[in-house]
Design a binder for this molecule. Structure first.
Ligand code: ARG
Length: 461
């Protein structure tokens, strides 16, 4: 097998059971384009150090280009006896350029520094895709906020009516964590753009190759400062998986609300037909499966980071084969996000809100009681007393089965002489929302200001 990267010191070939356990081509083949990019860069470093003549270098790069074409068009795939992507590609390169030249490429590199570099290249590319998808979701949330700029809904704490808020404020509250996720991806990218290539198995190379040259060729900022760390650390993979899990959690929180809002009891939203599913038995059903799958898949994204951390925690330096177990979870995080985010964005962009119903419900549950207390504060009443007076008014209204806004002058006066009829000026949801003018508050001008900040910070990578 030309793809075998070792063997001479062994009396015979690997057992089939070992080969079956060891093989990774079924998942690491996605790294093939990055492996080839690494080989181009490494060939350049070998040439610069005098190990390849100009002719050899030209033939090597041409051979690697041919290899890339064969991978891209699917004519080259891993053979059943290939251990991993690195061996399979070396074997195929030798088929193209011959053993005399092909056999030179591996000088001064190891699968250990290769894999540590390739996984970064893969994740850096996909971080850009994920960031773009997150930006699209933020755009969808902001567009819905814009389309319902005046709509008022019941704001909740403990899932109970608390105070009225603008729907736009609430939607933007879901966009901010996503903005921070984008910022996390950007911070992560700066840490990830470091090249372990040149670290060899663990100790570096005796051949005088220039790791900065390889890093430059690969578009990475610089080589790893420490070859042992570069080949064995996977915190950069775990951190990516964590940011992915956090995106999952942020989608899951919004999913939970959409599922609730879509119930008959809430009836706050209607899902577009193209973004909901039916039942195999109940003809009437229209289910919020996208939100449920997003909520469910957040568990899987959390599992990926948890599993990865468990794999890493007991490992001595330097490379250990356990590290091969970083790939399937983090690749799964990438595919999961790249599948969930576009569907989720479509669901959000096509949601229809019943803003009349939201506005009707907004004052219910005595959600203006804080406004009454704060009105008393503006009249010079200490908040402790104002809280008591407003609480007594709530109780009096509750006993009579009416809302705060229905209390007549006599009822107000019977609760407290402090409750003059003028208190009614704060007993509207528009008034309640409009007066919350502190920075970050739900007053329309604050929400508009916040929208501008949100959009300015929602940048792709
Ligand atoms: N497939 C390995 C990984 O994913 C890279 C190869 C390193 N193998 C080795 N025997 N040192 O980490």
């Amino acid at each position: 097998n030309e793809g075998a990267l070792w063997g001479a010191r062994f009396a015979g070939g690997p057992s089939p059971e070992l080969a079956a356990l060891s093989r990774s081509t079924h998942f690491d083949w996605v790294l093939a384009p990055y492996d080839i990019a690494g080989s181009h860069a490494h060939a350049t470093a070998l040439t610069a150090a005098g190990y390849l003549t100009a002719d050899e270098a030209a033939a090597m790069h041409e051979g690697l280009d041919e290899l890339a074409r064969r991978v891209a068009d699917g004519s080259l795939v891993a053979a059943p006896d290939d251990e991993d992507v690195h061996g399979a590609l070396e074997g195929a390169l030798i088929d193209i350029v011959g053993p005399a030249l092909g056999g030179k490429l591996r000088a001064g590199r190891s699968r250990n520094d290769q894999i540590a570099t390739l996984v970064r290249l893969y994740l850096l590319d996909h971080a850009r895709v994920v960031a773009r998808d997150v930006v699209r979701l933020i755009d969808a949330l902001v567009s819905q906020a814009d389309a319902h700029a005046d709509a008022i809904m019941p704001g909740r704490t403990h899932l109970q009516h608390a105070q009225p808020v603008l729907l736009a404020h609430h939607l933007q509250a879901h966009a901010w964590p996503l903005v921070r996720d984008l910022e996390r991806l950007r911070d992560w990218s700066a840490r990830a753009a470091v090249s372990p290539y040149g670290g060899g198995a663990l100790a570096g190379s005796t051949l005088g190759l220039d790791p900065q040259l390889v890093a430059d060729e690969l578009g990475l900022a610089r080589p790893s400062e420490n070859s042992i760390d570069g080949t064995s650390a996977r915190d950069v993979v775990a951190e990516f998986a964590f940011v992915g899990a956090l995106i999952g959690v942020d989608l899951s929180r919004l999913s939970e609300e959409i599922i609730l809002w879509n119930t008959r009891e809430f009836s706050f939203v209607t899902l577009d037909d193209a973004y909901s599913t039916g039942s195999s038995i109940m003809p009437q059903k229209k289910n919020p499966d996208i939100a449920e799958l997003a909520r469910g898949k957040s568990g899987r994204l959390i599992g990926n980071v948890a599993g990865l951390l468990a794999t890493l925690k007991g490992l001595p330096l330097a490379y250990n084969r356990d590290l091969q177990e970083d790939k399937e979870p983090v690749f799964d995080t990438v595919t999961t996000l790249e599948t969930v985010l576009p569907a989720f964005t479509g669901m959000i962009a096509t949601l229809r809100f019943d803003t009349d119903r939201m506005a009707d419900l907004a004052p219910q549950g005595f959600s203006l009681a804080t406004d009454v207390a704060e009105w008393l504060v503006t009249r010079g009443v200490p908040f402790r007393d104002a809280h008591e007076v407003s609480g007594e008014l709530v109780r009096a209204c509750e006993d009579r089965g009416i809302g705060l806004e229905d209390a007549d002058d006599a009822l107000l006066a019977s609760v407290s002489p402090l409750l003059e009829p003028a208190v009614r000026e704060v007993l509207s949801i528009e008034g309640s929302v409009g007066r919350r003018t502190g920075v970050g508050g739900t007053a329309p001008e604050r929400v508009a200001e916040q929208r501008a900040q949100l959009v300015a910070r929602a940048q792709t990578l």
